[in-house]
Write a protein that binds this ligand. Structure first.
Ligand SMILES: Nc1ncnc2c1ncn2[C@@H]1O[C@H](COP(=O)(O)OP(=O)(O)OP(=O)(O)O)[C@@H](O)[C@H]1O
Ligand SMILES: [Mg+2]
Length: 512
């Protein structure tokens, strides 16, 4: 070995073990990350990826093992320690404060002070702009975070980390919510960062992306590192085998189960923001029993508002909604749910789970008026508990039990719990936003199977997904949304992800 072939490690983890009650999350982990590399971590849901990264970021203390950063042993007690060692982390679930602006969020905890007193927002704004421009992040400092979609929130999180001077960046599933061209943009950003000498640790379930962007890939299986490979030497199939030992699934589904009975009818729906700007404009469609209607669009084009209007979480200014023939336009969210709408929300932490409550209480959430959660006027604990066990079993939620808090589940296992809950009680209509976001490929195939079976039994599904293979593979009907309007109908049997991607950006569209 010559000196030239030795790349100095930015991070070395040796013999890391971390136990939680009932679970060994990390067990004798060995990981070496070369400086200036993009190093990917892959593994099935609950394998221990996020835990390991939280250890490196000072959020968790390992029970055993050694951490070295740039050659020196470190013992972080808090993220502040990790940050001062130049490590930054963007979490699987964003942690921005909704009620603050981008600028406020970025400076939160590291406020620039002028003369030691007042916050120097002008300097902060300038620095944010510089970083944003340098890496093409397109971050606008004065926008309230609550007005941002998940794609923009993520860029803010990355900028926040860079703002604190991170040289080692941890990104936990940064692409889960991005559509293909946004992924390309992010990868360009990441390549720019490593060219500047930064080191990136990157977690993803999208193996083709991992192969595209990573310099090295480490596979974690059941808490331990089982292999580190060069992407040039493996295929995604091989990686999947290393992870879970199963074949890559395919979402193909062509036998139509569409009936001519309309389940949901949306007519001329318009939704406006507080300042009167239309975010959904004159949208009309029907979803039939047994039909999956997919909506393709770049995040932020009105999908979230459309879903929230159908769920009754956001007032619609004009238009009519009928469910099984009943006008539901003025129904409360709870009544719509009780009327048979299942809802897999875009943001599972803000709308899907009570993190500090046990799994069985989360089973009741949003379903508190229906069996098996109630008997007469009372909450039926036994019924809810038994049904939570069924969901854990049927949806393969990896957990030591139903009494642990939802916060202790890995991201993908939280998602499986939500999908299982929302598929319970034979919904008439399922509104599914990114239903397999963050789940590993084996669990993804299982969720697709559950959806197909329910569809064959008459379930109508409104599907929103950034995963174009999933959209194309599952949808019977596919529409493209752009700036709040439905701009195209696409035949899912004949469209490629590339064609769909360009329809989503309005390529070839007349725009006014
Ligand atoms: N705070 C905690 N308390 C108890 N158990 C935990 C805690 N955090 C994680 N775990 C458990 O540790 C294991 C590893 O979880 P982790 O979040 O690291 O998985 P992951 O590889 O990131 O999975 P995913 O792909 O689903 O995000 C899981 O069994 C999880 O339930
Ligand atoms: Mg995780």
């Amino acid at each position: 070995m010559t000196a030239a072939t030795v790349t100095e490690p930015a991070v070395e983890l040796t013999g890391i073990t971390k136990r939680f009650p009932g679970v060994v999350a990390n067990s004798d982990i060995h990981l070496r990350v070369a400086k200036g590399h993009i190093h990917a971590l892959v593994g099935e849901n609950g394998a221990g990826k996020s835990t390991l990264m939280k250890i490196l970021y000072g959020m968790q203390r390992p029970d055993e093992g050694e951490i070295r950063v740039n050659g020196s042993p470190v013992g972080f007690h808090t993220p502040a320690d990790a940050i001062s060692a130049g490590i930054g982390m963007v979490h699987q679930h964003f942690m921005l404060a909704d009620n603050l602006t981008v600028l406020e969020n970025v400076v939160l905890g590291s406020e620039p002070r002028r003369g030691g007193l007042a916050l120097d927002f002008a300097a902060a704004r300038k620095k944010i702009k510089e970083i944003s421009d340098a890496y093409g992040l397109g971050v606008r400092p004065d926008v309230p975070v609550e007005d941002l979609g998940v794609g923009d929130r993520q860029r803010v999180e990355i900028l926040k980390v860079l703002y604190r001077g991170a040289r080692i960046l941890i990104l936990d599933e940064p692409t889960a919510v991005l559509v293909p061209h946004e992924v390309d943009e992010l990868f360009d950003n990441l390549r720019g960062l490593v060219r500047e000498g930064l080191t990136i640790l990157f977690i993803s379930h999208k193996l083709d992306e991992v192969l595209r962007v990573a310099d090295e890939i480490t596979v974690i299986r059941r808490g331990t590192t089982v292999a580190t490979v060069n992407p040039k030497d493996v295929t995604s199939r091989k990686l999947a085998e290393l992870m879970v030992g199963s074949e890559l699934p395919s979402p193909e589904t062509r036998e139509s189960t569409v009936t001519d009975v309309v389940a949901l009818s949306v007519r001329d729906l318009t939704v406006r923001t507080g300042d009167g700007r239309p975010v959904v404009e004159n949208v009309s469609f029907d979803i039939h029993k047994g039909e999956v209607l997919g909506i393709a669009g770049v995040e932020g084009n009105g999908q979230a508002e459309l879903v929230e209007a159908i769920m009754g979480m956001r007032p619609c200014e004009a238009g009519a909604l009928t469910l099984g023939g009943a006008d539901i336009s003025h129904w409360s969210t709870l009544r719509r749910r009780a009327g048979g709408i299942g809802y897999i929300p875009e943001d599972r932490h803000r709308h899907g789970l009570l993190l500090e409550s046990p799994l069985w209480e989360n089973r009741i959430l949003g379903h508190q008026t229906r069996r098996p959660n109630v008997k007469g006027p009372w909450i039926d604990r036994a019924g809810a508990r038994a049904d939570t066990r069924r969901i854990v079993e049927e949806y393969d939620v990896r957990t030591p039990g139903i009494d642990v808090d939802a916060a202790t589940l890995s991201g993908g296992n939280q998602q499986k719990l939500i999908v299982g809950r929302e598929m319970s009680g034979d919904p008439v209509l399922l509104i599914a936003s990114h239903p397999t976001r963050g789940v590993d490929i084996g669990a993804q195939a299982a969720i697709w199977d559950h959806l197909r079976t329910a569809r064959a039994a008459g379930l109508a599904v409104l599907l929103i997904s950034a995963d174009l293979d999933e959209l194309i593979g599952l949808s019977d009907t596919l529409k493209v949304i752009l700036r709040g309007r439905i701009v195209a109908d696409v035949d899912p049997a004949n469209v490629t992800p590339e064609q769909l991607g360009s329809a989503m950006t309005g390529a070839g569209e007349e725009t006014v």
